[in-house]
Design a binder for this molecule. Structure first.
Ligand SMILES: O=C(CO)COP(=O)(O)O
Length: 271
């Protein structure tokens, strides 16, 4: 495998915006139009950086129409999916429905799903497999809370989540996987992990994946950092060797701010 100009392996950087429960289907379209317009300057190398948004489920049909109609170079995904494919699961959304709406990705195990909805590692492992059944690429979210960070057991805790999440995946599935390290204490708090914290954890995750699968597969898996990422702190994080992108919450609701994060990544690639 060759290395890219920024010294990382040939992993396509992914800049992802998780809108959470913000933006109804009208607001979502406006946001996406503004983002696409802001990113349409010639300097942005869309070929090298993948830009993804994760709107609420009710926005996805409108997002599909806009992305396909205007041929936007933006991909999108669901914020969650059911571990089941169809049936009596009121309120749940099948991966099959997401695939039919043109989703490429789906978030699995965001810390808000884990804490508010009590989603277990076992359930998340089934959701991961459901994503693959429908040709969706899962973004498995992992990361520790404040108490665990203070106790100094954050690496062990996060690697436990990784191991449980990827249990039983084939090598081909693992090579496609994306993992987002999102320390819970940094989400929506303005408290951002330092670039060295993001690198420490992403390197540990990659080493664990090399143990579980092999080094060549671990080198293909994209690792993102998430937690209070903004244009002002993104470049330092994205420069880290094992960080292949970011998962952005609040700042992804501001198209200019989000576009600047994408620009930082594309400049890093061409520097
Ligand atoms: O949870 C996050 C992305 O999934 C991070 O959210 P913030 O960027 O708002 O901290």
């Amino acid at each position: 495998m060759t290395t890219s100009t920024n010294g990382k392996f040939d992993r396509t950087p992914l800049i992802a915006g998780n809108w959470k429960m913000n933006m109804d289907h009208v607001q979502g379209i406006t946001l996406l139009q503004k983002l696409a317009w802001t990113l349409s300057d010639a300097k942005h190398d869309f070929g090298r950086v993948e830009v993804a948004v994760f709107p609420p489920f009710t926005d996805l049909r409108g997002v599909q129409t806009l992305v396909q109609g205007d041929q936007l170079k933006v991909v999108y995904g669901g914020q969650d999916l059911s571990d089941q494919d169809s049936g009596a699961y009121t309120g749940d959304i099948s991966g099959a429905f997401l695939a039919k709406l043109g989703c490429r990705y789906v978030l699995v195990g965001h810390s808000e799903r884990r804490s508010i909805h009590g989603e277990s590692d076992e359930l998340l492992n089934r959701k991961l497999k459901a994503a693959y059944r429908h040709a969706l690429t899962p973004i498995l979210c992992v990361g520790e809370g404040l108490e665990i960070r203070q106790a100094g057991t954050h690496v062990a805790h996060t690697l436990d989540q990784v191991r449980a999440g990827v249990a039983g995946l084939t090598e081909a599935q693992a090579a496609e996987l994306v993992i987002a390290y999102e320390p819970v204490w940094a989400i929506g708090t303005g408290e951002v992990a330092g670039p060295e914290d993001a690198q420490e954890m992403c390197a540990a995750i990659r080493a664990e994946l090399a143990e579980l699968f092999d080094q060549a597969i671990a080198d293909k898996i994209r690792l993102l950092y998430g937690g209070s990422v903004k244009a002002s702190n993104a470049a330092a994080i994205l420069r880290e060797r094992d960080v292949d992108g970011v998962l952005v919450g609040g700042a992804s609701l501001d198209p200019a701010e989000f576009a600047n994060i994408v620009r930082f990544e594309s400049h890093l690639l061409t520097d």
